[in-house]
Design a binder for this molecule. Sequence first.
Ligand code: ZN
Length: 410
Amino acid sequence: MVRNVELFKKIDSYINSLGQIGIKDGIRWRSIFTEADREAKMLFKDFIEKEGLVASEDAVGNVYGRLENSEDYDNVKKVLVGSHIDTVRDGGAFDGAAGMIIGLLAVAESIKRFGSPKIPIEVIALAEEEGSRYSMAYVGSKAIVHGLGEKELNIEDENGISFKNAMFQAGYDPKQVAKAKRGDILTYMEAHIEQGPVLEKTASKIGIVERINGIFCLEVEIVGREDHAGTTPMDMRQDSLVAAAKFIAKLPDITAKISRSATATVGKIKVEPGSSNVVPKKTTFTIDFRDMDSDNLRMLNHAIQLELDHLQENDVRVSYRLAASELPVDLDKNLVDLCERVVKDMEIPYQKMNSGAGHDAQIFAERFPSMLLFIPCKNGRSHSPVEHASSDDMYMAVEVFVGMLRKIAW
Ligand SMILES: [Zn+2]
């Protein structure tokens, strides 16, 4: 592959400048309807215009780059290429951003090399994939694929600011949110850093994703009684944290019994009143559990709930709520095959794989043929400031998408 130096430099400069946005007190965080979000969108719109496309935003704040090259533009189906613009709190510069830039440059390069496409191609920077401000992920893609309802608009962040209000404050009209929904999508294509160590370990440069893990999340609340830590005998306590700890310690066994690939994680726990000399009255925690197989996931859900129900015997009250239940999603077989042909032609070392992390591509895949391509990230690290992907690998992904777009849209 003869390297286009100008394209390589652009990748470097775009990813570096976007990575500077949202850093405050040494921590990078871009969440929806914040100043960092606004700045990142402005910069990406700049990139879009520089690449000769027209930038715009939809009702929920997804940024588009378009080339409206025909009169019946509105009536034909389009190819969407992109990823998300937000980051988690203390996140890296590549999660989401790499995919947006790969998408933009692939579209711009294709048009430069092959002229105006027969099928319109649009670049997209999706709003809030991570759900780091509101406990609601895939905001931008859900608004496009399914639409957002009242329930979503009323959800509150940790400061009690509703999504609707934040949206309004940022200059968007919550009443218009339905306008973001689309039916005119032929294909959704997303590039993303792998966020795991597999590609690096196998010296593969491209991962072609066939299936995305299902993710369930239970929110659990255990209520006992607060008592004096010094005067209440051990056998007379209703300690919510001891009950929670008993359950959490069993979780690896429960998971292993269902499947070897399943994971279960308690990553967030809160103890109240949270004082060293008071028996914990209330313990709340989340259980994130995932698997590649829908049946396994349902069985795991059942087994976990059964175990939680048994906890009641410890003189505590247990309640739980299923906060998320995303089943595993298959990506489009034809797009996987096409991607494989292109990658083979270019003699790039690749592998087919599944994704353990959730992505916007899974939301699109619920209604439209969709694909997801991974590039390696250093030491498999992600959701951390040390996250890194090389410009060489991003360059390769741009070329793969150019090869695919040529076959799809010209
Ligand atoms: Zn991501």
